[in-house]
Design a protein around this ligand. Structure first.
Ligand code: ISE
Length: 321
């Protein structure tokens, strides 16, 4: 993901320049740094402290996001933190408290669906009232298997956070209860669920059902359908050509998120840098990151207990009003 952000900065963000790179894989780091004439660091915190760096993109392994985000806050440097904001709730709360205490939004979380033209069109239509009051969100999030298959919890925290953010954003309501059920697809991992069906109850009375499949067997697909009191709206079907041949209809699907959300990642980084320069960041905030993580972790508790789990509402700090 870091390499994709680096490419996008070079190709699509005229108001920013890739100044420095750090990766655990020094070869990879050298390749990306050389392509942009950037400095190379062997330590992430050193990079964050460097005077050569004005703003930071954190695209490191999930459990390292929180400490690096805190390091950016300590330096007063804006950061685009890949999702999840943190993997433990206490760390996400600490980030929100630290940023709030500073009185200035410095962090944006990489919940890039908010920049996907299909999702933005749904958000605008729902806000316009064209389908009436939203009552049901139905989402699907299907992946090809990872080389290192994640646990049920890792899927909720590292992948389904996108869906939890979409539900909050598109319905304009907060989650009050979550129930997760699932199925193992890989016969060698019967203790983990590759396909999870998440049911959410929202504080405005709406319901949401999200299918998160990490072993689709056919490709990558993300979509959403919202039922309102006077109609329904859904993301369009695939935009690839439909081929009719040999008694079949065929259409190509994406293999991963880099293809499906190509445009979203470009718009995300363009808007992030523009927001920094204008002094008014407006992308998904640390608060949004905390809320999505809280839902994911309540989901993990639901998996463990085998029953629905309630979420306690927390007061939104003024910085995120
Ligand atoms: C990945 O990390 C992403 O962020 C993708 O958007 C998501 O669809 C995928 O499931 C995650 O593993």
């Amino acid at each position: 993901m870091g390499a994709r952000h680096a490419r996008n900065i070079g190709a699509y963000v005229p108001n920013a320049r890739l100044a420095a790179v750090m990766d655990m894989d020094a070869g990879r780091s050298a390749e990306v740094a050389a392509s942009a004439g950037a400095l190379m660091f062997g330590d992430a915190e050193e990079l964050i402290r460097s005077d050569a760096v004005d703003a930071v993109v954190i695209a490191s392994p999930d459990p390292t996001h929180a400490s690096l985000a805190l390091a950016c806050l300590a330096q007063g440097k804006p950061a685009l933190v890949e999702k999840p904001l943190a993997t433990e709730i206490a760390d996400a709360i600490a980030i929100v408290e630290r940023e709030s205490a500073g009185g200035r939004r410095l962090l944006q979380v990489g919940l890039m669906r908010r920049y996907d033209p299909d999702h933005v069109a749904i958000a605008e239509a729902v806000r316009s009232g064209v389908v009436g009051r939203p009552v049901l969100f139905r989402g699907w999030h299907r992946n090809l298997p990872d080389a290192h298959p994640p646990t049920s919890r890792q899927v909720l925290v590292g992948a389904a956070v996108h869906d939890f953010d979409s539900v909050r954003w598109l319905l304009g309501q907060e989650v009050v209860e979550i129930h997760v059920r699932g199925v193992s697809i890989d016969p060698l991992r019967t203790d983990q669920w590759d396909l999870q069906i998440v049911t959410l109850t929202m504080d405005g009375g709406a319901l949401a059902v999200v299918e998160v499949n990490k072993d689709s067997g056919f490709g990558y697909e993300v979509g959403v359908e919202i039922t309102g009191s006077s109609g329904m709206i859904s993301t369009p079907p695939l935009d690839s050509p439909v081929i009719r041949r040999d008694g079949e209809l065929r259409q190509r699907v994406h293999s991963d998120w880099l293809g499906r959300f190509e445009e979203a990642y470009i718009r995300e980084i363009q808007r992030w840098t523009a927001g920094i320069l204008e002094g008014r960041p407006d992308g998904p905030s640390a608060w949004d990151g905390l809320q999505a993580l809280a839902v994911a972790l309540a989901g993990a508790a639901s998996v463990e207990r085998g029953s629905p789990v309630r979420l306690e509402p927390s007061p939104r700090p003024v910085l995120y009003a």
